[in-house]
Design a protein around this ligand. Structure first.
Ligand SMILES: Cc1ncc(C[n+]2csc(CCOP(=O)(O)OP(=O)(O)O)c2C)c(N)n1
Ligand SMILES: [Mg+2]
Length: 410
């Protein structure tokens, strides 16, 4: 009905605030195995529903069911579990190191481990990720040394980035991990541009763009989708919807689109939603999207539905903006517990072996930490040389920088 009264300004509000009872009744969860798996060359117009559903493989009994199941062997799943436990353990130690003043800043992945760990296994050597700060699992699952990550976090003398990047903003060309940019959403246009270049040079490498729910509100996200769809860039466009953008709930950036995946539909991009806490589902969908890219079928947009259990960063306190127990109410569970239960159900794992593996992994993380700390931490021990800040940018140093370097005596 027409309402010609006073205009009202609309601001979306989360269902609950601190002190309230967590409520995810608006998150519709389809049964595991119920969403079809189309051919990779499907006409995007025929799979619009997939942008509004959630692809799931693991059911409540821990079984892998439906058309997206069956891609990974016992060994591959056990390895995936080890990667996720390693990332969680690494996070806990580094979070503690931040509280001890050994680094200025840290960001955890708690609850989101499956997304980056499983995605990495769907790529081929030479493919390039353009990650945000919450995809360290891409490095862990690719065997990047934890000591090197810690050296970067401590900005110590062995930091490969020589103290120039904020802690956790890693970079490794060899491991397909493009330097993280703190300016959010730049990853999207960079990834699409890199993918276009790969196609222009008739290469075989594909790119993966990463963004959080909140950052999709940036214009870079939309520009990237224009270029990706027009030029059928060989890129997987990942949106990690962890429900929060610091203190802003996902309804703000999502606006009226219903889901983040639905954003891709207006560009004619096949767009899927997947259970981000289901290692098998994440891997299967990532593989589908990567195959499309590699077969000149163009971009795919994937929304990972997950929940950020921890604080946004070591500088954040979520109790100021959401109920304390909200993460316990999250209906998609914990990615590590779910994969563990699946492996037990397959008969290749047990609670005892899991506890033992957790203890062994913690030992490995602690010894990596000891080794990194021998090279220094934020306030103690070895540091990068002050000379380093003058190097690596200009092929020929401009006179004013040369003068400054002389003044600094380095
Ligand atoms: C262009 C830009 N705007 C704002 C910020 C400040 N900022 C850092 S993280 C963040 C929230 C991002 O949330 P989301 O995209 O959902 O990612 P998440 O942290 O949940 O993984 C904001 C606003 C920034 N770094 N860059
Ligand atoms: Mg977010």
């Amino acid at each position: 009905m027409a309402d010609a009264g006073m205009l009202r300004f609309h601001v979306p509000e989360p269902e609950v605030r601190p002190g309230g009872t967590p409520d995810f009744s608006d998150v519709t969860i389809p049964k595991a195995g119920s969403v079809p798996r189309p051919e990779i060359d499907v006409d995007p117009r025929t799979i619009r529903d997939l942008a509004f559903s959630i692809i799931r493989v693991l059911n409540r009994a821990g079984e892998a069911v439906g058309p997206w199941a069956g891609l990974l062997s016992d060994e591959e799943l056990l390895e995936g579990l080890r990667h996720m436990v390693t990332l969680r353990s690494f996070d806990a130690r580094m979070q503690m190191a931040q509280r001890q003043g050994k680094t200025s800043f840290y960001m955890q992945h708690l609850g989101e481990e499956a997304v980056s760990c499983a995605f990495r296994k769907a790529l081929a050597p030479g493919d390039m990720n353009f990650p945000t700060y919450r995809q360290a699992g891409l490095l862990i699952a690719d065997g990047y040394p934890m000591v090197t990550m810690m050296n970067q976090i401590y900005s110590n003398e062995a930091d490969p980035l020589k103290g120039r990047q904020l802690p956790i903003m890693y970079s490794s060309k060899e491991h397909g991990f493009f330097s993280i940019s703190g300016n959010l959403a730049t990853q999207y246009i960079q990834a699409v541009g890199w993918a276009m270049a790969s196609a222009i040079s008739n290469d075989q490498k594909i790119a993966a763009a990463w963004i959080g729910d909140g950052s999709t509100a940036e214009s870079d996200f939309h520009s990237a989708l224009v270029f990706a769809s027009t030029y059928k860039a060989p890129v997987v466009l990942n949106v990690v919807n962890n429900q929060w953008a610091i203190s802003t709930f996902q309804g703000i950036a999502r606006g009226g689109s219903g889901t983040f995946a639905a954003r891709g539909l207006g560009f004619g991009i096949p767009s899927l939603r997947v259970d981000g806490n289901d290692y098998l589902a994440v891997h299967a969908v990532a593989k589908w999207a990567a195959e499309r890219a590699r077969n000149n079928l163009g971009p795919t947009l994937v929304e990972y539905v997950t929940y950020r259990v921890g604080a946004h960063s070591s500088s954040d306190d979520p109790s100021a903006y959401r109920p304390k127990a909200e993460s316990d109410a999250w209906p998609l569970g914990d990615p590590i517990v779910r994969l563990k239960n699946h492996l037990i159900q397959r008969g290749v794992w047990s609670d005892e072996r899991h506890a033992q593996a957790e203890a062994e992994i913690l030992d490995t993380v602690i010894s990596a930490q000891r080794e990194a700390e021998r090279h220094g931490t934020l306030h103690a021990g070895g540091k990068p040389s002050a000379r380093d800040m003058f190097e690596g940018v200009y092929a020929e140093m401009p006179p004013h920088l040369r003068r400054q370097r002389q003044q600094a005596g380095v």
